[in-house]
Ligand binder design. Structure first.
Ligand SMILES: *[C@@H]1O[C@H](CO)[C@@H](O)[C@H](O)[C@H]1NC(C)=O
Ligand SMILES: *[C@@H]1O[C@H](CO)[C@@H](O)[C@H](O)[C@H]1NC(C)=O
Length: 148
């Protein structure tokens, strides 16, 4: 029994190692691996950014992700929420960087639908880098080698 467990562990380690050396990629925090230089917002809900593809060569790819998969309008406040489709009730969106992160600011309808409230979310709390693509929850953006 012990031998079988050891064997399974060795196979798992070998598979894990094989996958990571075949395609060394980054996974994790958005601002740790994506750059706000070159970031763009299109149609109010598509975010484009350079994200680190391969940490061993520091190569970046450009990625577009539909933030409607990532954010919701919670009564006038932008929150991280899978398939929240925030752009249905938020507009006038813009992105701005601080020295360490990228913020999205929009005007979002309040719960009564009577007035719009300004709301800002730190995109580092909502997105990650999945191998050169920006991602959120189970969604990943697309990838191209050249920026726009
Ligand atoms: C970051 O924001 C500052 C203003 O706060 C701006 O001057 C600068 O150009 C921005 N950098 C990038 C790469 O967008
Ligand atoms: C990625 O998606 C954006 C937005 O839909 C599109 O403009 C762009 O052409 C796509 N790029 C690739 C490489 O598929």
């Amino acid at each position: 029994m012990k031998a079988i467990v050891t064997f399974i562990l060795m196979v798992a380690l070998a598979l894990g190692h094989g996958a990571s050396s075949a395609a060394p990629r980054t996974n994790g925090g958005f601002m740790g691996f994506c750059a706000f230089q070159g970031a763009k917002l299109a149609d109010g809900h598509w975010l484009g950014a350079y994200c680190l593809y391969d940490v061993s060569t520091w190569s970046y790819s450009y990625t577009w992700i539909d933030l409607d998969h990532c954010l919701a309008n919670n009564g006038g406040e932008l929150i991280s929420w899978e398939d929240g489709a925030f752009s249905g009730s938020c507009n006038d969106c813009s992105i701005a960087n601080t020295s360490t992160t990228l913020h999205l600011t929009c005007a979002c309808w309040d719960p009564q639908g009577q007035k719009k409230l300004s709301s800002t979310i730190d995109l580092n709390t909502a997105l990650h880098d999945a191998g050169g693509c920006a991602g959120c929850f189970s969604h990943t953006g697309n990838m191209s080698w050249e920026g726009p």
